[in-house]
Design a protein around this ligand. Structure first.
Ligand code: KG4
Ligand code: ZN
Length: 370
């Protein structure tokens, strides 16, 4: 993937104050960043409550909620901005096409009406720059060339080498994304949606060595991994032990042990390729991003990995691991500084056919949506 950023330029000169919009899935997010990538506004309206009764994201509902929330959040963010907006950045894919279109059309109209430049941002590019943002009022850190970056979210699980303005994918999941497997296991146990945070919380009370779960490797592709066998084995254990729907309030200790063992297996799968990738590609730092980078065990294992390899590890603040507009704004201003610009009259959403929002597979079998 071409990242269209120029590392040396982003190091030296301030960029344009940026209004950023992200509506790719179930969070409406708007941010304003100053030219140094300092957050002046970081607004988020979660749709979790709207989708929760259905156990997953309902695309039509997502679009409707974005339509309601977006003007309010933009107004709030503009009021918090410390100066004139010079650039508009918007996620144009991948994601739910209807949800993306709400943000894309809003951003295009906003930019066109004010004569502002517009940049379209790939959602993944946003996650990749998120570790370099600061939530405490500091400027964004320049992204060093040769960063080894893990993105683990509800839609992606891949390792990249960021070098010369390009993201070179080095390894990837062959089936489910890591976040998807957290969501599925949580759903079968009757934990609240999305599952990652609930599993994280409960796993802290379990024994991760209690249940043996598979950690398959892909023959001939040592940097790739798989979660579907692990997910199926975990679901089978839940059924065999009559743990379906136990819920988060008072789960038996065997459920806590299972969650701790499952979480450890996911983290092992994600991190296993790292030492060999470091040896081969000699990165300057290691970074992680995406919703799963909020996970307590993944964060501590990443830091330990860096210590063992004598490499700095950069993690986003937990609040910027899941979808947000600050990361889209930063990716947009870096792209714009290296010449990227989008015609507001031509910008369209770029859904990806293979992309499924978290929980969607279950929904296809669920009752209709009212
Ligand atoms: O990056 P994100 O907000 O959306 C996508 O781009 O997909 O990631 C959402 C995913 C969900 O699957 C959610 O369950 C997972 O991130 N997640 C976590 C944690 N917090 C969120 N997974 C494990 N541990 C967490 N603490
Ligand atoms: Zn995301």
């Amino acid at each position: 993937m071409h990242l269209s950023y120029c590392p040396s330029m982003s190091d030296s000169q301030p960029l344009l104050r940026t209004l950023a919009i992200e509506t790719s899935c179930d969070e409406t997010a708007v941010a304003v960043l100053d030219g140094d990538g300092r957050l002046e506004a970081n607004e988020l309206s979660s749709q979790i409550a709207a989708h929760a009764p259905y156990g997953g994201v309902v695309p039509e509902l997502a679009s409707r909620e974005h339509l309601k929330a977006l003007p309010v959040l933009v107004e709030r963010a503009r009021n918090a901005a410390m100066g004139d907006i010079g650039l508009v950045a918007v996620t144009n894919g991948p994601g739910l096409v209807g949800a993306l279109l709400v943000g894309v059309r809003f951003a295009a109209a906003y930019a066109w009406a004010r004569g502002l430049p517009l940049v379209a941002v790939d959602h993944l590019h946003g996650h990749l720059v998120s570790p370099f943002l600061d939530l405490e009022g500091g400027a964004a850190r320049p992204m060093p060339d040769r960063t080894l970056a893990l993105v683990a979210s509800g839609g992606h699980s891949s390792w990249y080498l960021l070098a010369d303005g390009e993201a070179h994918r080095l390894g990837r999941t062959r089936d489910d994304a890591a976040g998807e497997s957290f969501d599925k296991v949580a759903q079968v146990l009757g934990l609240p949606y999305p599952g990652g945070p609930a599993v994280d919380r409960l796993a802290r009370r379990g024994d991760a060595s209690a249940v043996t779960l598979p950690r398959p490797r892909i023959e001939g592709a040592p940097a790739d991994f798989s979660f579907s066998g692990l997910k199926s084995a975990t679901v089978r254990f839940i059924r065999d032990n009559d743990l379906g729907g136990v819920g988060a309030d008072d789960p038996p200790s065997v459920a806590l042990d299972l969650l701790a063992s499952f979480e450890l297996a996911v983290v092992d799968q994600l991190l296993k390729p790292a030492p060999a990738l470091v040896a081969e590609h000699r990165p300057r730092i290691i970074a992680a991003s995406g919703g799963v980078a909020a996970n307590t065990l993944l964060r501590s294992r990443m830091l330990a990995l860096g210590e063992g390899l004598d490499l700095e590890v950069v993690l986003p603040p937990v609040a910027l691991t899941t979808d947000n507009a600050a990361m889209i704004g930063r990716a947009g201003q870096l792209a714009h500084a290296s010449g990227a610009v989008t015609d507001p009259r031509r910008l369209d959403a770029r859904a990806r056919r293979s992309w499924q929002p978290p929980g969607m597979r279950k929904l296809s079998a669920a009752e209709g949506v009212r």
